[in-house]
Design a protein around this ligand. Structure first.
Ligand code: ZN
Length: 144
């Protein structure tokens, strides 16, 4: 399985970003991907419609962990409106594998992994969909 992760993915797995709980979060959601067995908790702190803090914890595979690690980096500090826009772009990007992702950067590595292993798309999307659920003020999502 070592060919599954490239250097960018491995770096996010070894040095995972924002992997912690937030004290007094404003929103928390749990996400499950039954196919792989991934289970996520996403913690969010909103202040005046700004995502001032964002973190996650999971029992999950490397693809979902790396994707969520990158997600916390690109979303933190955004307004609610911009956060939703980036999430929508990422979902389109994963579905169509287009080169239209304005935030770009490390996230291209997730798309490349999913191109090689299409059945793992829900792993890549789980953290993002869990965040989307938290932003809506909902508590739980299962991706199928
Ligand atoms: Zn997975």
């Amino acid at each position: 399985m070592e060919s599954l992760y490239d250097d960018v993915m491995m770096e996010h797995i070894k040095n995972v970003r924002n992997y912690r709980e937030i004290e007094a979060p404003t929103n928390i959601a749990k996400g499950t991907n039954p196919l792989c067995g991934d289970q996520f908790s996403v913690f969010l702190k909103l202040d005046n419609d700004i995502v001032v803090d964002l973190s996650f914890q999971c029992e999950c595979c490397g693809i979902s962990m790396a994707s969520a690690s990158m997600m916390t980096e690109v979303i933190k500090g955004n307004s609610l409106k911009d956060a939703r826009k980036v999430i929508a772009e990422f979902k389109d990007f994963m579905r169509d594998n287009v080169d239209s992702l304005s935030v770009g950067g490390d996230l291209a590595a997730v798309a490349e992994t999913v191109v090689k292993f299409p059945s793992r798309i829900n792993c890549a999307l789980l953290g993002w969909k869990t965040l989307e659920t938290a932003l809506k003020g909902e508590k739980e999502i299962t991706v199928k």
